[in-house]
Design a protein around this ligand. Structure first.
Ligand SMILES: [Ca+2]
Ligand SMILES: [Ca+2]
Length: 380
């Protein structure tokens, strides 16, 4: 049988062969109203027997009723046989010289057919090829016997000539998860790229965590500024999964004697999203760093706490009173997006009550420590 397109494979992979098997050719008997149809696409011209109407619908060039396929598509764009060799696979198809060259093929000459030219693969030694496939839910490595060329084409790691999958264990090359997003956010929305998110709102009377980052109590209306628990989303589930024993919390700076929070619980919300509850507040003035086992190196959340620092300059003083007055006067304080900055008493709105709360914080009233003049530690 004269084949219009032929592939030759010597130990090639199914995947690569599939890439080079460019079409399924119909060599069936030509029905009364059918004939060869040349269809251009994907850089080559394929030929199929069909009716003139179907050919037009496929934007092909009908060759006439009763015409069969092989070598009929030799018009512009298909002047001769083109042989493309790819490692242990070879494919022959009809193309013009430029088209053939563009695909790295060898042109057989005008009017040549695939039966006339020799189009055989270059024998290449084979070996094991480790491939990593990242499919949600079933990512992993697998092994494929292939040539070095084919392995490189598939993005795999060739294990060497004459290695076999039987004796090869492909190491998992899963990219380590990184933090996708978090709430509170990693970066300070009010001072982007300068410092981590800083909680400048009231965290209550002592170390008990009713409000503030990582708190677990649920008695505050949802429209009020609260950060409990911390929500963190990774690009993939870390392994080991985030759990109290797989999370490290460290603090620098902060009010003496309050200690760094610990992780009380981690809820797996699915889709690599986790909710982290802490056991007490970040000490005022501290920077807290949360690091995760099983994530890429350096992945961490950092949060600062400095109740009353609505001016976000790193120190609590009367300038913050003025900053809040200004924000109330110019309307900034009325914006919902600015509540995390100005709603000092976490009431859900900004009013003179928040000014009073700053004054109380400065004086240490109903606060774990007097905040006047307190500065926040720089995160490591
Ligand atoms: Ca300040
Ligand atoms: Ca308020």
């Amino acid at each position: 049988m004269r084949s219009w397109l032929r592939t030759n494979t010597m130990g090639g992979t199914a995947a690569v062969s599939a890439l080079l098997t460019l079409c399924g050719l119909s060599q069936d008997a030509v029905a009364q109203d059918e004939g060869a149809c040349c269809i251009a696409g994907l850089g080559i011209i394929t030929c199929e027997v069909m009716t003139a109407e179907d050919c037009a619908a496929n934007e092909g060039e009908f060759q006439g009723v009763g015409e069969t396929c092989p070598n009929l598509c030799n018009g512009p764009g298909a002047d001769g046989a083109c042989c493309v060799i790819f490692g242990n696979s070879a494919a022959c198809f009809l193309d013009d010289p430029d088209g053939c060259a563009a695909q790295g093929g060898t042109y057989g000459g005008d009017g040549s057919s695939c039966d006339e030219i020799e189009c055989l693969p270059t024998p290449e030694p084979g070996g094991a090829c480790c491939l990593f496939v990242d499919i949600p839910g079933s990512s992993g490595s697998f092994c494929l016997d292939s040539s070095a060329t084919q392995c490189a084409f598939l993005g795999g790691e060739y294990q060497g000539d004459n290695t076999t999958c039987e004796e090869t264990v492909c190491e998992s090359e899963a990219p380590q998860p990184i933090i996708d997003w978090s709430d509170p956010p990693k970066d300070n929305p009010f001072l982007a790229d300068i410092q981590p998110f800083r909680d400048v709102l009231d965290t209550g009377n002592g170390a008990a965590l009713t409000d503030g980052i990582g708190g677990g109590s649920g008695d505050m209306p949802p429209d009020q500024v609260r950060y409990h628990p911390i929500t963190v989303a990774f690009t993939a589930a870390p392994s080991p999964a985030p759990a109290p024993e797989n999370i490290t919390v460290t603090c620098v700076g902060g009010a003496a004697g309050m200690g760094c929070p610990g992780v009380t619980s981690v809820d797996d919300m699915g889709a690599a999203v986790y909710e982290i509850t802490l056991d007490h507040v970040i000490p005022p003035g501290a920077c807290m760093t949360i690091a995760f086992n099983g994530s890429a190196a350096g992945q961490q959340l950092q949060y600062q706490s400095l109740p009353g620092d609505v001016g976000m300059d790193g120190t609590v003083n009367t300038a913050d009173l003025l900053a809040l007055v200004m924000a109330i006067n110019n309307g900034q304080a009325a914006l919902a997006s600015n509540l995390p900055r100005y709603d000092v008493n976490r009431s859900g709105g900004v009013s003179t009550q928040d000014l009073l709360r700053i004054i109380q914080l400065l004086n240490g009233v109903n606060a774990p420590v007097g905040m006047s003049g307190m500065t926040v530690a720089t995160c490591p």
